[in-house]
Write a new protein. Structure first.
Length: 200
């Protein structure tokens, strides 16, 4: 039995039991069905990811080559890359900084393929569930952008935008912008040529 997957299964069983009790034998509401449907989809995705074996991550030098010289009109002012391994897990990443006198954007490209499916599912759990929250200052929510699950957060007071995309169920693409709109940050994501990244 895979112990990594047990908590998810137990969580679903508990939630279904609670839901059945609270309904008291009455017909489930559409909201309850929707919630259970989302939980089922989440569990299935975690199950799928946990089946994947670790693969050799892309060298960080290759990831650095994916960093554009410009994003949304901002020139790249710094770049770096690194690879790390611990307890048999390997992760590589590249980071680019883009800025002018008024705006800035940080881009991170991380290859999670070397840590295996179960750990990857844990790191990207926020992209697999469906969540949404609004405050007086902004919002945060899970999204699907160009077919990829992700998460966005925007603070209208400070004009801070954050976008994370789980690309090809393996790569974590993170963008954090200051004095940029969310539309500009999404445009920056689309300007990155990720077509060379493997799909598994």
């Amino acid at each position: 039995m895979n112990l990594v997957r047990m908590p998810v299964a137990l969580l679903l069983l508990s939630l279904f039991a609670i839901g059945a009790t609270s309904c008291g034998g009455k017909k489930e509401s559409e909201e309850t069905k929707s919630t259970f449907g989302a939980l089922k989809e989440y569990a299935e995705k975690v199950e799928e990811l946990s089946q994947k074996e670790p693969v050799e991550p892309i060298a960080f030098q290759e990831l650095k080559e994916l960093l554009p010289e410009k994003l949304v009109g901002l020139p790249r002012t710094a770049s770096e890359g690194q690879g790390s391994g611990n307890l048999g897990f390997q992760v590589t990443m590249a980071k680019g900084t883009y800025s002018d006198d008024e705006k800035s954007l940080d881009l991170d490209i991380m290859d999670l393929g070397g840590i295996g499916g179960a750990a990857t599912a844990g790191l990207a759990a926020w992209t697999l569930a469906e969540t949404e929250r609004e405050t007086e200052d902004g919002y945060e929510r899970t999204i699907r952008l160009d077919g990829h699950k992700g998460f966005e957060r925007y603070n209208s007071t400070y004009k801070d935008a954050e976008l994370k995309i789980f690309y090809n169920d393996r790569f974590l693409i993170s963008l954090e912008g200051n004095n940029l709109s969310m539309d500009e940050v999404k445009s920056a994501f689309r300007q990155i040529n990720l077509s060379s990244l493997p799909k598994n």
